[in-house]
Design a protein around this ligand. Structure first.
Ligand code: AGP
Length: 609
């Protein structure tokens, strides 16, 4: 997720661009840049690091001009660096682009353009757009962009300016936000409303595949059929703070709702429907190398550890290779049995968690191959790993991890399928079936999110609970651990997650009249057994909130309250079953008046031991 801003009008562009980028820094902050046209030249200044690095540079030189575009980057392709920062231009610097999203077929286009003599200087997918517009440009920027749009695949929002046509900005959106701000003798574009709210509250919301041509006195739109269209102006009533959360009350609830897109983006170009092949980015794990491994370790902390718990079940089930999951801070100090026959999977949203980084180094020192699943490109853990599979969740601002968790699961499913393919433990038909189900997961999340009002009502009624227990068997137990952590860390309500079969070995002594128990029953093979565990706690007076798959209606005769998630295979069920648990924790915390995005005692990235 990156931030785009653009200006054309009578004022100096730089102050407007910088102010807009400041408001968009939450969308991406590993590098920033601007491009401004002035007297026959487009000046580009772009730097790795926070926006302040660019701001400090711009204090030392005056760049004039009233047409400009700017960008804050959240790296996906190409580590954070000056060269990989946006804007990107063609060789002559006449055509300049800023982009948010993923150009899925950028490698094929890059190869085609290289054969035509184009030279590339960055590792990004975005640079392809600048050269491709150049390739099609023959005096009409709009036509050149339209030609590019016929060829590129992926999800993107991008804006283009040209030295040859300095009276306009051409921009387009596909699955990534882009708005147009309406001014007096000036107009604006941005990824998000906060960037331009100080200049105008009149905006146009671009729809899918719509192109916009912005001059200082006009705004026109072309739809994907190439027809000129009229659009209604939307009057923004939000204040800036609300706008940064796209109208949501907290970043956490915004990020919970971003999960359909985050999951889809993380699958993009790796999971292609109706094909048994799995594209694992640049990871070159060969069949011979995989067969050398006698064991997989999954090491992480907190939510990432809970994702690893699911990963264990999935990798063992699909790839039939032994998996051991460990908390990073424990792994480091127990003289783990690790050697060059161990594949270590490190999971970390921030890529900076010190316990996890230290565990990585411990495993690496003992000869293990390190594959990390990370959400921050170029982070310490990514740099220390032999292979990295990035989750493309975009920046996760709330301390409580939500979209990082579900995208980590997607990455683990992808690794498990990749291993199963190499080892031949699944047939192509079986792999294709699972992948086709995975393509449906964003919709499953939407269905799970549709129950939020019901969950909010339950949470409001029970937010004064002293203890809440979470139960599940198998993969449901792993998800129960995550649900319990979510509740604890943002509502401060004590909670424990238990393997449902283990309850009778002690903890059931804590169950008394009115004790709230959240029970997950999504695993078909374990449904009856978990049902009997629920009867055990009911018999002792518990109030049971059950989460089951559609169709298992007999649970309603046992549980006090049942919430259904869509029918999906057991291994994929956590993507949907975790949603009500995230929402339950969120609404309990809101009802208790807790600081949801910044819970007490916690940090977003724990860089201390
Ligand atoms: C999860 O909601 C917490 N914020 C915390 O447990 C977190 O998952 C843990 O600190 C690991 O962080 P990482 O994924 O950035 O390594």
């Amino acid at each position: 997720m990156c931030g785009i801003v653009g200006y054309i009008g009578n004022k100096q562009a730089i102050p407007v661009l910088i102010e807009g980028l400041q408001k968009l820094e939450y969308r991406g902050y590993d590098s920033a840049g601007i491009a401004v046209y002035n007297q026959g030249k487009i000046n580009i200044r772009k730097f790795k690091g926070r926006l302040s690095v660019l701001e400090e540079h711009l204090k030392k030189e005056t760049i004039e001009g009233s047409l400009g575009i700017g960008h804050t980057r959240w790296a996906t392709h190409g580590e954070p660096s000056d060269i990989n920062s946006h804007p990107h231009s063609n060789v002559s610097g006449d055509i300049v682009v800023v982009h948010n999203g993923i150009i899925e077929n950028y490698m094929q286009i890059k190869k085609f353009l290289k054969e035509k003599g184009y030279e590339f200087i960055s590792e990004t997918d975005t640079e392809v757009l600048a050269h491709y517009v150049d390739y099609f440009y023959n005096g009409d920027l709009i036509e050149a962009v339209k030609n590019v749009l016929e060829k590129v695949r992926g999800s993107y929002a991008f804006a283009v300016i040209s030295k040859s046509e300095p009276d306009k900005i051409v921009c387009v959106r596909k699955e990534n936000p882009l708005i147009v701000g309406v001014g007096e003798g000036e107009n604006f574009i941005a990824s998000d409303i906060p960037a331009i709210l100080n200049h105008t509250r009149k905006i146009y919301l671009l729809n899918e595949n719509e192109l916009a041509i912005i001059t200082k006195d006009s705004i026109s739109f072309i739809n994907e059929e190439g027809k000129n269209i009229e659009k209604d102006i939307f009057e923004v009533s939000w204040d800036v703070a609300a706008a940064e959360k796209s109208g949501f009350e907290h970043f956490m609830i915004k990020e919970i709702h971003e999960q359909p897109k985050a999951v889809k983006d993380t699958m993009t170009s790796r999971i292609i429907a109706d094909q048994a092949s799995i594209k694992l980015d640049d990871i070159k794990l060969t069949k011979e190398e995989l067969e050398k491994f006698s064991k997989v370790f999954i090491i992480a902390c907190g939510t990432a550890f809970h994702a690893g718990m699911v990963g264990k079940y999935v990798i063992e089930k699909l790839a039939r290779i032994p998996v051991e999951v460990d908390i990073a801070s424990e792994f480091r100090y127990r003289s783990p049995i690790v050697d060059d026959k161990t594949l270590t999977i490190i999971i970390s949203q921030s890529g900076e968690t010190l316990d996890t980084l230290a565990a990585l180094k411990e495993a690496k020192k003992n000869g293990s191959r390190i594959l990390s699943i990370v959400n921050v490109v170029g982070s310490s853990i990514a740099r220390e790993s032999h292979d990295v599979l990035y989750t493309w969740a975009g920046p996760e601002i709330a301390v409580a991890s939500t979209k990082a968790y579900t995208t980590q699961l997607i990455a683990l499913y992808t690794v498990a399928l990749y291993m199963a393919k190499l080892k031949g433990t699944l047939t192509d038909a079986q792999i294709t079936e699972i992948k086709n189900e995975m393509m449906e997961l964003p919709n499953q999340i939407e269905v799970a999110l549709s129950h939020k009002a019901t969950i909010q009502k339950f949470a409001t009624k029970n937010s004064n609970a002293r203890d809440i227990f979470y139960l599940g068997r198998g993969i449901d137990y792993a998800v129960a651990l995550e649900g319990s952590l979510k509740l604890k860390e943002i509502s401060y309500i004590h909670s424990e997650a238990y393997a449902a079969g283990e309850l009778k070995h002690g903890t059931i002594a804590l169950i008394e009249k009115g004790t709230i128990v959240v029970a997950l029953l999504t695993q078909d093979a374990l449904y009856e057994k978990t049902l009997s565990n629920i009867k055990e706690v009911k018999a002792r007076g518990a109030f049971v909130f059950a989460i089951a798959k559609e169709g298992n209606t007999d649970i309603e005769t046992v549980a006090d309250y049942t919430l259904y998630i869509p029918e999906v295979s057991d291994i994929l069920s956590p993507i949907a079953s975790v949603i009500p648990l995230q929402l339950l924790a969120y609404y309990m915390a809101v009802e208790k008046g807790c600081d949801v995005d910044k819970p007490r005692n916690l940090a977003k990235s724990v860089t201390v031991e």
